[in-house]
Design a protein around this ligand. Structure first.
Ligand code: KE4
Length: 432
């Protein structure tokens, strides 16, 4: 596959942008080779600067649940654009999208829009600290909640991909207030709570992590977290930036019966435009300025064009049958990957929920960060490169999730599974 033009564009980009990318995971560092420069996308397909075409399972890291350049979203954005791009004043669109989100996700009394998932995570932590008057927070190794100082401690996604789960520049003072536990390990959380009585403001988690690969929570773990937070007066924050409106219409919390105090969202609710959101219990959210003493603000928060893209997306995905059809595609794909691995005698663990998928080259199901890191990431790299050569674009990291869209059709899935059979043979060449 000729990728000369991408290589030239990458050289040029590196002269002006750190690493030539505006987000580290895009740099292909852990999978080798140069990142592809994308010219355009349509439906399930991406087209790079050399004219190569790929069936896309990154979907801009989750937002594009309807596929690239969906006509319904483009029409909504064009209509909004005609009226102006931004006002820095309230618009009806923001209220309508907030009402749509509240209608879909139970327990959201108030919602505030921001421009990214990181911003939403930062704000949710600040509100939890302002509400409780406490300073410490608990996060889980391998969970990623955005590029937020307090949360870049044993973080997943690009931080793990690049092997820098604890970022430079995060001060000891900030990190000292971030307590760490292993995902699916309730005993560790109980011990942290016992060692820090009355000092923990919040527990934050991805209820179905997708940033150390995709991992399934133990039911007892989530139930135990909820009970512990009730008992200790700790704010339970569910990070649904990736899983919200993705693993099912009501996200991981709806799928798993979790009732968080605050939730954060992003990705799908922006339909590919910059949107994040945080919201939840009224008594907590009423601490947010201008109602209360917790300050949070943003020039482009609730941007009307972004709101229009989000509304157009939610109008489609809330229709009956949408997630059944989407999950059937995920099942076809993961079952096909498992079958292809079996033909090569390769141990493969697969997971899917709604339009989100994950797989590990591992003997046993992966339940936490340590086990994720122990999976055979070199086999992932071989598989990734072989799939790319076959025109299938997977996440350029073993520590991410994959996303299917409404636009992925039977032919796209058949092409993907044919490529997977070849790519598994390549992965099998990598010694155990
Ligand atoms: P953003 O600031 O990137 O919009 O959202 C941060 C975030 C928060 N919470 C979860 C669960 C997330 O997955 C993310 C962002 N996800 C990564 C990919 N796993 C975004 C890709 C990137 O960093 O370039």
């Amino acid at each position: 596959m000729n990728t000369q033009r991408s290589a030239e564009l990458f050289q040029r980009a590196q002269k002006s942008i750190p690493g030539g990318v505006n987000s580290p995971v895009r740099a292909f560092k852990s999978v080798g080779g140069n990142p592809l420069f994308i010219e355009r996308g349509k439906g399930a397909w991406l087209y790079d600067a050399d004219g190569n075409a790929y069936v896309d399972y990154v979907g801009s890291w989750g937002p594009l649940i309807l596929g690239h350049a969906d006509e319904r979203i483009l029409a909504a954005v064009r209509e909004a654009l005609e009226r102006g791009t931004s006002f820095g004043a309230p618009t009806q669109l923001e209220t309508t999208l907030a009402e749509m989100v509240k209608e879909i996700v139970p327990g959201l009394d108030l919602v505030r829009f921001v421009s990214s998932g990181s911003e939403a995570a930062m704000a949710a932590l600040r509100v939890a600290r302002g509400f409780t008057g406490r300073e410490k927070i608990i996060k889980f190794a391998g969970c990623y909640h955005g590029a937020v100082d307090a949360l870049l401690v044993k973080a997943g996604s690009g931080a793990t991909t690049l092997g820098v789960p604890d970022s430079a520049g995060v001060t000891a003072g900030v990190a000292a207030d971030t307590l760490l536990a292993d995902f699916n390990n309730l005993a560790q959380v109980e011990a942290l709570a016992a060692q820090n009585p009355g000092r923990i403001a919040a527990v934050i988690l991805e209820a179905i992590p997708g940033n150390m690969g995709m991992i399934w929570p133990d039911e007892s773990f989530l139930k135990g977290l909820r009970a512990l937070c009730d008992r200790e007066g700790i704010v339970l924050i569910c990070d649904e930036v990736m899983t919200g409106f993705r693993v099912g219409l009501t996200g991981a919390q709806g799928l798993l019966g979790l009732k968080p105090d605050l939730s954060i969202f992003g990705k799908v609710i922006g339909g590919g435009m910059p949107v994040g959101a945080y919201g939840g219990r009224r008594d907590i959210m009423e601490k947010v300025a201008p109602l209360g003493p917790v300050y949070q603000a943003g020039t482009l928060s609730g941007n009307p064009v972004a709101m229009a893209a989000g509304m157009a997306t939610l109008r489609v995905i809330r229709e009956p049958g949408f997630f059944q059809r989407l999950e059937a595609k995920s099942k076809r794909l993961m079952d096909g990957f498992a079958q292809a691995a079996k033909e090569q005698n390769l141990p493969l663990q697969t997971l899917y929920a709604g339009g989100m998928m994950g797989f590990f080259f591992a003997q046993q199901p992966v339940k936490d960060y340590t086990q994720a890191l122990a999976s055979h990431s070199k086999r992932y790299v071989a598989f990734f490169q072989a799939m790319l050569a076959e025109g299938v674009y997977l996440a350029p990291s073993a520590f991410e999730a994959l996303f299917v869209s409404e636009a992925h059709g039977e032919d796209d899935i058949a092409k993907t599974l044919a490529a997977a059979r070849k790519a598994m043979a390549q992965a099998a060449q990598v010694p155990a």
